[in-house]
Write a protein that binds this ligand. Structure first.
Ligand code: NAP
Length: 324
């Protein structure tokens, strides 16, 4: 008998067909949640789940006794209780590497857009308010030659730093759980403790995963350490930052501006002061959102779940113990 697979979103028809050759596939409509009671009978028979932003809870796992693997179409898995999966011998797979460069591009787009006031000034043209050459009140600040401080120096952090160092002649500082001596040599990067980095950097860019240790890692105290001219970039997760403190820091001129792809609450409510600030460039969580990369991420998840349900080691496995 074929194993049963639940698919929630983000696979194209060819990818669903590929899985359907091997498994009994049910594609859940976007409007349905895995937690909906009408899906409980389905869950009870399910061996694999593939999707993005999966609302997995311990209760959901209890109602899926046959579950062997979960494949999230993302590198981050902060919404998934890894320990609960491991305890039950359920593999968790994610999609690192294939989104690294695209997410770093997004980070750099935010750096450029915020420093050079791209959105604000493009709006001036579109709204027919470009009446004369702009003066110093609308000048931006340089990116090249400045200091970028990476908070988190893994795949994406290093890819942003590479753009800064090699493309823009930036000095790279990083704060990270472990040292990265090879990258220090390659990019001339220097490791700092977080507080030193915050005080020295012109651009502070956050790329740590959201974990209990990194939740609200950057708050009022951290903003107070930054230069008044500093630009803060977050392409990690909204909850790594105390958003209320960020808003205050921007309102009070503690820092100069922010480029944000992620927020405490997504979609960002229209009532958020961040939507009104001209010194903020806010994107709708598009770090990896290109045709090529979203396709590659979905394919990685397809390959992961296929291997996991066939008893082989998935390409990107988060909890090795569950496989063993
Ligand atoms: P990664 O390669 O695992 O890098 C994360 C880095 O953070 C690692 O170098 C790790 O240190 C460091 N780190 C972890 N906990 C830390 C702590 N408490 N203090 C200091 N450093 C810490 O992951 P990645 O592929 O670069 O992705 C990073 C995150 O970006 C993801 O988890 C996801 O949340 C986010 N992301 C967002 C988007 C978007 O759409 N905006 C897209 C993709 C990813 P070690 O090297 O010592 O382990």
């Amino acid at each position: 008998m074929k194993k049963r697979l639940l698919v929630q979103g983000r696979l194209d028809d060819a990818q669903v067909a590929e899985l359907s050759n091997l498994f009994e596939v049910t594609v859940l409509p976007k409007s349905t949640s895995l937690n909906d009671p009408e899906n409980s009978a389905l869950l009870a028979e399910t061996h694999g789940i593939i999707g993005s932003g999966l609302p997995i809870t311990a209760e959901l796992l209890d109602s899926a006794p046959n579950l062997k693997a979960v494949a999230t179409i993302s590198v981050g898995y902060d919404t998934i209780p890894v320990d609960e999966l491991t305890k039950r011998g359920i593999m968790l797979c994610n999609t690192p590497d294939v989104l690294t460069e695209t997410t770093a591009d997004t980070g750099f787009a935010l750096i450029m857009a915020t420093a050079r006031r791209v959105v604000e000034l493009a709006e001036l043209v579109k709204s027919d308010n470009w009446k004369a050459g702009i003066g110093p009140a609308l000048f931006g600040s340089d990116v090249h030659g400045k200091t970028i401080g990476m908070v988190g120096f893994g795949r994406i952090g290093q890819a942003v730093a590479k753009r800064g160092a090699l493309g823009f002649g930036m000095k790279v500082l990083y704060s990270n759980a472990s040292p990265k001596p090879d990258v220090e040599i390659r990019l001339g990067a220097e490791r700092r403790d977080l507080n030193e980095l915050l005080a020295e950097a012109d651009f502070v860019c956050v790329t740590v995963p959201l974990t209990p240790e990194t939740e609200r890692l950057i708050g009022a105290q951290e903003f107070a350490l930054m230069k008044p001219s500093a630009i803060f970039i977050n392409i990690a997760r909204g909850k790594v930052v105390d958003e209320a403190a960020l808003i205050k820091a921007l309102e009070n001129g503690v820092i100069h501006g922010a480029g944000l792809d992620v927020f405490e609450q997504e979609p960002l409510p229209a009532s958020s002061p961040l939507t009104k600030m001209t010194n903020v460039v806010a994107l709708p969580h598009i770090g990896s959102a290109t045709h090529e990369t979203r396709h590659a991420m979905a394919q990685r998840a397809v390959d992961n779940i296929r291997l996991a349900l066939q008893g082989e080691r998935p390409i990107s496995l988060v909890n090795e113990e569950a496989y063993r």
